[in-house]
Write a protein that binds this ligand. Structure first.
Ligand code: Q46
Ligand code: ZN
Length: 303
């Protein structure tokens, strides 16, 4: 197979695009996909300050690398979750990347800075680990962006992630979530704009990008992911993609184009009811936000 761009020997085949690429042209392809996603969805403008949430995994490190190469002013934010060896190693990979690229990294460590970790905190709050984790990430990423004066928070969610989340939301017809499942969430109510510039790239492409760029990412999965429904949805979608290349992208992008607006009113109505958390000021439907409740329960359990 030949490279679609330079006609040299291809090293990777992308069935979805019915194309192969050599190493250099594949790296170029990934950057172009990110550039297109940013332009098409108006994710960010030149000169804006971007904070990329990095975990030490392939997606977030690749995203950081691509945004630097595209000329954005981008710093990294790493959140230590206190998940034993996994967190220690993911922190090391993140720091090594930042040092190699001479990039600025902000670190927040849950156990040291907030007094709880995900395994114990989720147990104390009677939440599944990924729910406590996702909630903490959303809150702390936003807070760090506000505190640091950033215009936008970028996360490494790729096409596989977004298609799996969409699949789960459709299976349960979670109308409110469907209305918010966009590659860009506008700023407002104390929230900084959130963007997902990797939506045009799949998991396999991100791993290949890292290998070709010499980015040393953490390969092990988070040990808490076990039983996470999204993994099952990803497998189901991979089976479908295998039989019908392009199905995953069609599922996600045609949802954005043809259906997502149908759910907007419900999402907007829920958003309109939010008010400031009595403890931290974040927008919340109740009196106290979910993060402050988690923190109080987790802190009480560990003291
Ligand atoms: S880090 Fe956190 Fe993930 Fe681990 S606890 Fe779940 S959500 S699986 S991306
Ligand atoms: Zn709060």
């Amino acid at each position: 197979m030949k490279c679609r761009r330079c006609k040299g020997p291809a090293v990777i085949e992308l069935r979805r695009h019915n194309a192969g690429f050599c190493g250099d042209c594949f790296v170029h392809h990934c950057r172009e996909q990110v550039r297109r996603a940013i332009d098409e969805h108006r994710m960010m403008a030149a000169g804006e300050r971007v904070l990329v949430a990095v975990s030490g995994g392939k997606d977030s490190l690749a995203l950081w690398d691509i945004l630097i190469e595209l000329g954005y002013s981008v710093d990294g934010l790493y959140l230590g979750l206190g998940i034993g060896e996994y967190s220690a190693s993911s922190g090391d990979h993140t720091r090594a990347f930042a040092a190699r690229r001479g990039a600025h990294l902000i670190e927040i460590d849950l156990p040291t800075d907030l007094g709880f970790d995900i395994p114990n905190g989720s147990r104390a709050a009677k939440r599944v680990p990924c729910s406590a984790c996702g909630l903490s990430k959303r809150h702390l990423f936003n807070q760090a962006a506000v505190d640091g004066g950033y215009d936008v928070v970028a996360t490494g969610h790729n096409l596989d992630d977004e298609a799996a989340v969409l699949f789960g939301n459709v299976l349960r017809w979670n109308i409110e979530y469907l209305g918010r499942q966009l590659p860009v969430l506008a700023a407002g109510l104390g929230f900084v704009r959130k963007v997902k510039p990797l939506v045009r790239l799949g998991e396999r492409e991100m791993a290949a990008y890292c290998i070709l760029r010499g980015i040393d990412y953490i390969v092990e999965e988070c040990p808490m992911a076990e039983g996470n429904r999204h993994l099952a949805y990803k497998e189901a979608l991979n089976d479908i993609e295998e039989r019908s290349p392009g199905a995953k992208a069609a599922f996600y992008f045609e949802f954005l184009e043809k259906a997502s607006h149908l759910f907007q009113a419900t999402a907007d109505a829920t958003r309109a009811e939010l008010r400031p958390c009595s403890s931290c000021g974040s927008a919340t439907p109740g009196d106290t936000c979910a993060f402050c409740k988690l923190r109080a329960r987790a802190g009480a359990a560990s003291s």
